[in-house]
Every structure is written in C-alpha cells, then in structure tokens.
Write a protein that binds this ligand. Structure first.
Ligand code: SF4
Length: 166
C-alpha cells in the first residue's frame, strides 16, 4: 500500500471509531455525560454501536466482577481486527474501592489487552475524551497494545506517551 493510502486509511479509521461499551456502576454516568450534548463524544467521530461484530473499540468502565470477565472476553473476541480497548476508572485498573473484594477483577488487562487506561474515580468526561484522543493517536501511528512491539514501534509509543505529558 502506498504511503498516502496508508495515511488515509489510518486517518479515516481514527476518525470513525465505533465503540461497544461494557460500563457499570458510577463510571457509567460519566461515560453517559461524555456522550451527551455538553461533551459530545460524537464530534470525535465516535459512534456507539450495539453489537461487538460491528465495533472496533471496546470501552470498559466500572467494577469488573469475575463473573462478568468471561462476557467481556467474549465481546472482545467477537470484535473484528483491528480493535482497541479503553479502561475507565480505578476499578478497571486496580480494583478501586473493591481492591480486596473476593469477586472483583483487580486488573482488567488480565482479561483483554488494554490500550489506554483513564484514571479517576470516576474519571471526568474530559478525561474520557482525552483517552479517546490517545486511542486516535495510536490508530494513526499504527500502535497496538496487544501486538508484539517492534523496536521502532516502542520508540513511537514513547513519543506518543511523551506528547501526552503536560
Ligand atoms: S472507579 Fe470509582 S467511580 Fe468508577 S465504578 Fe469504580 S468506584 Fe465507581
């Protein structure tokens, strides 16, 4: 594929993300706010779909129980490649207030590969949108969390991460 065609494909893909959501508990209200008129996630080209088979982006928010883990894995596996995953909130990255619960998954990356973590309890809508911008950057640069990183890709990832420092 030519350079321009490759650039165009990545640009188009990053500008038309179709997410499927697994979002429960308090984080789901912030996700709803990010989608509503004030923050308007759709202006980023993010158009929620209702089935994993059409989605290329999985948003996981709220507490993930061990019972739900297999469902999330199934959703992820039903999504076509290439696909990206965003984890919202403290619960998904470290269990949050449920860090010592017998039925809480402590790190959702044990179930599916996570591309971007958005911290917070709950994360504000601005933080969620920032996470989506990071996913868009990864798509444009062709970086995947679940793909084995080559040396030059590691350099790219470092560049991307550095560009997010404020
Ligand atoms: S991270 Fe905090 S706000 Fe989000 S679901 Fe867990 S407890 Fe609720």
């Amino acid at each position: 594929m030519g350079k321009f065609a490759d650039f165009f494909k990545k640009w188009a893909r990053s500008s038309s993300i179709w997410p499927v959501r697994y979002c429960v508990a308090c984080c789901s209200t912030e996700m709803a706010a990010a989608m509503a008129s004030r923050f308007d996630m759709e202006r980023y080209g993010v158009m929620p779909v209702w089935g994993p088979r059409q989605a290329d982006f999985l948003m996981i928010g709220g507490i993930v129980t061990k019972k739900a883990a297999t469902r999330i894995k199934t959703i992820y596996e039903q999504m076509p490649e290439p696909k990206y995953v965003l984890a919202l909130g403290a619960c998904t990255s470290g269990g949050g207030p449920y860090y010592d619960s017998y039925n809480a998954v402590q790190d959702v990356s044990e179930i599916v590969p996570i591309d971007v973590y958005v911290p917070g309890c709950p994360p504000r809508p601005e933080a969620i949108l920032r996470g989506i911008e990071m996913i868009q950057e990864m798509i444009k640069k062709g970086i995947r969390a679940d793909a084995p990183l080559q040396v030059d890709e590691k350099t790219k990832l470092k560049e991307v991460l550095k560009s997010y420092e404020r």
